[in-house]
Design a protein around this ligand. Structure first.
Ligand code: PHE
Length: 354
């Protein structure tokens, strides 16, 4: 029996050495040392040996068991360490490796333009305002010197709201703001001077074609204080031309008519391609055709507008301008956009160019 025990010890030793996986070790454990294992079976045989031999053999059997357990534990440790080092090798993460940039969007070209315009006017003390884009007739038309039924209103192809008429005197119907000039009235009603308003908002008109979308944006400037005159307007226009388009650019004004300004003007900016000559190498300039890019309206605030807001036209004067942002963005060189509607089709191939 002693020999058998020694043989078992050797056997365990060899098997453990040969074990390749933790599962192998478990099997060895069960096979030799488990409850139904070989050692247990041998211990049962102790009952048949003599009384003197029994303690010696018992002790030896116990030693074999301890040795076996020790060997298995040691090998288990070893295999565990190997396993970890394999993982460390194959699943290693190089934390210094540069990451992969996730795809990143950017601001819509209109938002970019709005921010740029805002920045330009903030530098000269204008503050951005926002007024309702659904407003009363009074703000959109009447206080702007366009009485009800006046034919000038036809120029603003207005969406009227299917909503009750205001019960306040004079406010009238609700409209989707057809221009940003409603903000002039809201600002003037506050009676806080100087007013240096920059109102940027959505406008709505019943028009769709290559140069019109039913929803578009305007930015409206209003400067009202004591002794404001046309030279101030000219200065602001030229300042804007240089800031937005570039150092060599200038503005010009042409006589026009609006009910809410007097005198009224149309504002043009010199074309950067032909330098306001209308010609490139003897040929007609393809960008502007006549040397100037037309942007929109401006003028000195009409005394009737001031009066409608309870402001004394003898004390205060001012200028206002209102321009389309889509148009402005399209006038910038390199923005070769010939159909304004593409701005709102959300085609990423188009949008990502800006
Ligand atoms: N509101 C006018 C328009 O939509 C533009 C304008 C604004 C003209 C301010 C003069 C002064 O066409």
């Amino acid at each position: 029996m002693k020999d058998q025990l020694e043989a078992l010890r050797l056997q365990i030793q060899q098997d453990v050495k040969a074990a390749k996986t933790l599962e192998d070790l478990d099997q060895i454990d069960v096979k030799y040392l488990g409850r139904k294992g070989e050692l247990t079976a041998m211990l049962k045989g102790l009952a048949n040996v003599s009384a003197e031999e029994r303690p010696v053999l018992g002790q030896l059997a116990n030693q074999v068991k301890q040795t076996g357990l020790g060997l298995i534990a040691a090998r288990r440790d070893e295999l565990n360490r190997e396993k970890i080092s394999v993982i460390a090798e194959t699943e290693r993460v190089d934390v210094t490796e540069p990451g992969i940039r996730p795809p990143e969007g950017h601001l819509h070209v209109m938002t970019q333009t709005i921010r740029e315009i805002t920045g330009i006017f903030e530098k000269i003390g204008f503050y951005r305002t926002r007024y309702p884009e659904v407003d009363w007739d009074w703000y959109a038309f009447e206080a702007l010197n366009m009485p009800p039924e006046h034919p000038a209103r036809d120029d603003w192809e207005t969406f009227f709201m299917d909503a009750p008429v205001s019960d306040k005197k004079k406010q009238g119907k609700m409209v989707l703001t057809p221009h940003t000039s409603n903000a002039q009235i809201h600002e003037l009603e506050r009676h806080e001077f100087p007013i240096r308003m920059l109102n940027i908002a959505k406008c709505y008109r019943r028009q769709v074609d290559a140069t019109h979308t039913p929803m578009f944006h305007q930015f409206e400037g209003l400067y009202v204080d004591k002794d404001v005159n046309i030279t101030h307007l000219r200065g602001v226009l030229d300042y804007f031309a240089k800031e937005f388009f570039g150092p060599g650019r200038v503005s010009r004004i042409r006589p026009h008519h609006f009910r809410f300004t007097e005198p009224s003007f149309e504002v043009d900016f010199s074309c950067g391609v032909c330098n306001a000559t209308g010609k490139v190498n003897g040929q007609k300039c393809k960008v502007c055709k006549r040397g100037w890019l037309e942007l929109g309206g401006a003028g000195m605030v009409h005394p009737n507008v001031l009066k409608a807001c309870g402001v004394d036209p003898k004390k205060y004067s001012g200028f206002a301008f209102g321009w389309g942002i889509e148009r402005l963005a399209m006038m910038k060189e390199g923005t070769q956009v010939d159909d304004i509607r593409i701005l709102y089709q959300n085609d990423v191939r188009f949008l990502k160019q800006f």
